[in-house]
Ligand binder design. Structure first.
Ligand code: GLU
Length: 427
């Protein structure tokens, strides 16, 4: 699967590009990464030995602005995955109208096997290797799977040491005290929550009668589950990389999160102060979770979990992609034929990069926006993007993913044409 993920991503650009009505030159420009840097990252381990990790940074397309996208620390990282993720960032930034192109980075590593100091040295080694291609007006990293604010702080610090200047806008998702934006921590989950709220309005869903299963309990999965529960939705299943829990009665998301911080496991508990008790539940696998009879299925872990092989088993009428790329293109037509509404990753998880954009703007201008302002601006962008995609999908009988790609490719296309194409120069 991993090798195919980039090829799979290109299939959608080609197919959906057709309905965007742009020239072949525009589609061609989206079929290649601008540049990819692969580097060996030497890290002094705590025992004194040196280990070499493989790191990547891909600047996929910078037509609309400096490239933007996270850095992933995961054993499964590879060149094809980094390119796919960077392509999705290109589409995503265009979907929500940000002045950014798309990029992505990653390191092949199991970060859970490193000590905190080894993790710091790895983060600094990554920035040392990539500093020539990174910069506040060229390429701006951010957190992704298994990276966080602390790691962004180390990377910023390393960049500033190399350039011998202060440069907070070089990276987003930093600790607030180092120039991070308020509201960046839960922005991905909040963006997805706003999409679900917009969808629920249009479909006249009653939150109290609506059940939700969330696959993955990282930053995106946790916050979307928390916000949905606060709004009255019933979260009946949650999982992490080790497996999941299910109860038709629903879970208290905050208690499960606290327990996960303590024991590193997703366990069905309800806590009052520091006293927790086990809640009745079933244990389920990540594969079982996808098959649950729920209203909303939220894949919020990794790419490629819904494929041609297992798509027929999906029973949820709504799937919201909080992860990047959880549905392979081969599964799209079955979902469409079965009437499943998919809110695609390039819209559903765009809240993260949107607040990253706010962080970059604040850093460049030396401003510090209050949380309410961040929330209001995020809401305005997400509600507009959702509405544009929904309306186009309804008018032209397209899937929401197709509509999102059409809007993004048209926007990129207008910029490509403004630079000049064969038609533009005429002959
Ligand atoms: N890694 C996140 C994503 O996939 C955030 C990127 C960013 O904030 O630049 O959208």
């Amino acid at each position: 699967m991993a090798d195919n993920v980039f090829k799979d991503a290109l299939i959608r650009v080609r197919d959906y590009g057709k309905s965007a009505g742009v020239s072949d030159e525009v589609i061609d420009s989206l079929m290649h990464a601008n540049s990819i840097l692969k580097a060996a990252l030497p890290v002094r381990m705590d025992d004194g030995s040196t280990r070499y990790f493989t790191g990547y940074r891909c600047r996929y397309n910078s037509t609309l602005g400096p490239t933007k996208g996270g850095v992933r620390f995961h054993p499964g990282v590879n060149m094809a995955e980094v390119q796919a993720l960077a392509l999705w960032m290109t589409i995503k930034c265009a979907v929500v109208g940000l002045p950014f192109g798309g990029g992505k980075g990653g390191v092949v590593v199991d970060p859970k096997a490193l000590s905190p100091m080894e993790l710091e040295r790895l983060s600094r080694a990554y920035m040392r290797a990539m500093a020539d291609v990174i910069g506040p007006h060229t390429d701006i990293p951010a957190p992704d799977v298994y990276t966080n604010a602390r790691i962004m702080g180390w990377m910023m610090d390393e960049y500033e040491a190399i350039k011998r200047t202060k440069s907070p806008a070089v990276i987003t998702g930093k600790p607030v005290r180092l120039g991070g934006s308020l509201g960046r921590d839960d922005a991905t989950g909040r963006g997805a929550y706003l999409c679900i709220t917009e969808l629920a309005k249009r479909q006249k869903l009653d939150p109290g009668k609506t059940t939700v299963a969330v696959q993955g309990f990282g930053n995106g999965g946790y916050h979307v589950a928390r916000l949905l529960q606060d709004a009255g939705y019933r979260i009946v299943a949650i999982s992490d990389s080790k497996g999941g829990i299910y109860s038709p009665e629903g879970f208290d998301v905050a208690s499960i999160y606290e327990e996960k911080q303590r024991s590193r496991r997703v366990r069905a508990v309800y806590c009052e102060q520091s006293v927790c008790e086990i809640v009745e539940h079933e244990t389920i696998s990540n594969e079982d979770l996808l098959r649950l009879d729920v209203d909303f299925l939220i894949p919020a872990a990794l790419e490629g979990v819904i494929t041609e092989e297992n798509v027929a088993a999906i029973r949820a009428p709504y799937v919201v992609e909080v992860a990047n790329g959880p549905i392979m293109s081969g599964a799209d037509s079955t979902l469409e034929n079965n009437g499943v509404v998919v809110v695609p990753d390039v819209l559903a998880n765009a809240g993260g990069v949107t607040v990253s954009y706010f962080e970059w703007v604040q850093n460049l201008q030396g401003f510090k926006w209050p949380l309410e302002e961040v929330h209001a601006r995020l809401q305005a962008i997400m509600v507009t993007a959702f509405g544009e995609i929904w309306d186009l999908a309804t008018e032209q009988k397209l899937s929401m993913r197709n509509a999102a790609y059409v809007l993004a490719i048209q926007r990129i296309g207008e910029a490509v044409e403004a630079h000049g194409t064969r038609d533009y120069f005429g002959n």
